[in-house]
Design a protein around this ligand. Structure first.
Ligand code: GMT
Length: 378
């Protein structure tokens, strides 16, 4: 198949899923054309079956705001025509599904099929804003196929947007052969020279991630367990978090690593992963941690309970219940036998989301949509 894959290239789960999916499909012999405004973060190195097409936006003085949606639609038309694309697969509905709809119209409804994968805040947060809702609802309804990364997200799409369309749940995935616990003695000795416990969090530091709660949980934990906190990623809340560490006088126990492209050796040094999000449709970074045998303490929001099994692969608690999450963390970090059992269960759970299995689901879904003669609902 020839697939045009559109995603955000930045540090975030939807771009990671799109990129890893594209790479896996390319390895299976499909031709993948990434269409985005910058090289997706995890798309490094040459692969014979992958081509990257950059979307240029005009900064003509009349345009106060870059017209990315239109520029993307035009680039999609070009790539579909020149490369004989079968499917445009859009990750994150805004504005990608809208650009793909426009492109399909410009192509005069040529054989091209549009598939939209819903990832999270495109449905639960920003997509609900009045300035987006009607357009996003329309674009989702006009897609030939729609997938969501969790059952939670499918339900939210149907109820929030009043959409009656069939939505296939295809969960996120991890390459369990790459994401597995490796010897981390060197990294551990740098971060925790006294063999302290290591707590970890990775995110794009947006308010929904509640990284301040990560720090408050750690503050409670370190009072009872010698420990260090490693924070990976960057984003709008990072400065606030750096400040909070200083206010709590724990800055010497917390390391902000910024964005990291390769994290297996980092995750392998962790004893516990924290994800106290306010909203999380799936929690890909928790899955990657679990694949590296790291138990997870998370909130119970969104799709997280579909991944993190309470009292088995970690613990779940209500949003903002810092005290409870800290108690769970201390329980695991002070009980080696329990920690070992949870770590093993986390790895076993992660294997259920193995890349090979989930990429096959996408391949089958592509074929189903290509074979269908569906008329999008309006
Ligand atoms: O919706 C977002 O916040 C963007 C997106 C991203 O690009 O980071 O994250 C979502 O998609 C990920 C991949 O499917 C999921 O693992 C995240 O749970 C989800 N984030 C939220 O729902 C907040």
């Amino acid at each position: 198949m020839k697939i045009g894959m559109t995603c955000y290239p930045t540090y975030g789960g939807s771009g990671v899923v799109a990129t890893e999916l594209g790479k896996a499909l390319a390895e299976r012999g499909h031709s993948i054309h990434f269409i985005s405004y910058a090289l997706p973060m995890r798309l490094q190195g040459f692969s014979g079956n992958i081509i990257y097409h950059e979307v240029e936006t005009s900064n003509y003085p009349l345009f106060d705001f870059p017209l990315y949606t239109l520029a993307l639609a035009s680039k999609m038309v070009e790539v579909v025509n020149y490369e004989n694309i079968d499917i445009l697969h859009c990750h994150y509905a805004i504005p990608h599904a809208t650009s793909a709809y426009l492109a399909k119209q410009m192509l005069n409804l040529r054989h091209i099929k549009v598939i939209t994968t819903l990832h999270g805040t495109d449905i639960t947060l920003v997509g609900l804003e009045p300035s987006f809702l009607p357009t996003i609802k329309f674009s989702i309804e006009q897609s030939d196929g729609v997938t969501a990364v969790s059952r939670f997200l499918r339900e939210k799409t149907l109820t929030h947007f009043g959409i009656e369309k069939e939505i296939e749940v295809i969960p996120n995935f991890v390459d369990i052969n790459k994401y597995k616990r490796i010897n981390s003695a060197k990294v551990r000795s740098q971060w925790a020279p006294e063999n302290e416990k290591i707590l970890m969090h990775t995110s794009n530091f947006r308010p929904v991630k509640r990284v301040e709660d990560v720090i408050r949980i750690f503050n409670e934990v370190q009072k009872r367990v010698p420990s260090k906190l490693i924070l990976i990623g960057d984003g709008p809340d990072r400065s606030l978090c750096e400040l909070l560490c200083r206010e709590l006088q724990i800055q010497d126990h917390v390391k902000f690593l910024g964005k990291q492209a390769e994290i297996v050796d980092l995750l392998s040094a962790a004893d516990l992963f924290l994800m106290p999000s306010q909203s999380e449709s799936f929690g890909l970074s928790a899955l990657e941690a679990m694949a590296c045998s790291v138990p997870v303490v998370s909130t119970s929001v969104g799709g997280l309970p579909e991944l993190n099994i309470h009292n088995q692969t970690g613990f779940i608690a209500e949003i903002g219940d810092v005290e409870r999450m800290a108690r769970y963390a201390v329980d695991l970090l002070t009980n080696p036998a329990k920690h070992k059992t949870f770590s093993e269960a986390a790895r076993v759970r992660a294997t259920e989301f193995n890349q090979d299995k989930i990429v096959t689901l996408y391949e089958r879904y592509y074929q189903k949509i290509l074979d269908s003669n569906n008329v999008p609902t309006t």
